[in-house]
Design a protein around this ligand. Sequence first.
Ligand code: AMP
Length: 387
Amino acid sequence: MTIRILEPGAVVGVLGGGQLGAMFASAARRMGYHVAVWDPDIDAPAHQIATHSFSTAFSDLSSREQFANIVQATTVEWENVPAELCRWLEERCPMRPSSKVLSTLQDRIAQKQFLSSRQLPVAPFAMVESGDQLAEAIARLGCPVVCKTATSGYDGRGQWILRTPADAKQLETIMKQPGSSQRWIVERFIVFARELSVLVVRNEGGEFRLYPVVENWHEQGILRATCVPASIDSGIAERAKEVSLQAVAALQGVGVFCVELFHTTDGDLLINEIAPRPHNSGHYTLDVCSVSQFEQQVRVTCDLPLGETRLLGPAVMVNLIGEEVRSVMSAEGCSNLHSTPGAVLHLYGKQMIRPGRKMGHVTFTGPQEELVAAAAQKFMVNLGTSA
Ligand code: AMP
């Protein structure tokens, strides 16, 4: 099969224009491409970098025609863009990842069913569409369980931990509310030693690249910090990479994928979730890898050769969530940060600060893991938190 490379000067489209879309657009511009960003939010950060901006609803039929007429390939910055729009675009230009992969991954039930049908390890789960089914699922899986909406949940939203069967009552009330999700996935609560993730880049011809395994800390369902390399032995790291690649290959995924895993206290690895796009836990690649996850997304979307994933040094990435961003906005705060050797600040240029909103991140880099971890720890303590 001859694959046609999209040459610099071409226009690549991205559906979604948050920070991930903006970092993709920056990489694409640097590599000589024009970028068409489509995000209904006019303030979405990627619009600032776009050559062509679309801020209409994704359902707007004349915009989809215009978008399709401009772009020569399209990618996504997050999985919850309408699969129907992706299917329509796919008939007109290469779509990376495909609408089929997006449809499977944007529904947590379809995703888990797919993975378990391929004998890939996941937490025991059940699909729930009513209060009665919730009780049955709890009886089968045993408390505690985690109940998640099948679609649209992110950063811990649409997610509940039920510690006892009695906790289900509150959730049943939520389920009955008008406009509430109709489909849920209930998973056994996994006692994990650590959370890991692996970035997998895979192209049309099935070639792939794997980034090092990283370790993630969450607070209230939101990523707090990522450390690379993960503090695991090489056997676990190899298994984590193997299972991540198997999952993306089974999907026949083309694009950048982040496979999130639980490393359980029993030593098992379970796939929690796969994102068909660059991921917050991969932001470190911007500062300490030979090629970043966003450049890989450009490469795979334009059918360029895949890049090297070499880690140039250890790093800890700390998210700036909601009001925390103010700590680096003052003269004193940003001067302190910029005086820290190896600290790299990324601000997303979002106008509104909201609780839980990712406003930026800092990557701490340096030659020694201990020093990098200590600098990140000190910074987090000053943010009023510590991982
Ligand atoms: P998710 O939206 O599925 O990525 O979940 C967000 C976070 O919630 C995960 O990173 C975990 O920290 C936690 N979590 C999700 N599912 C489970 C589970 N089955 N057992 C324990 N913790 C979970």
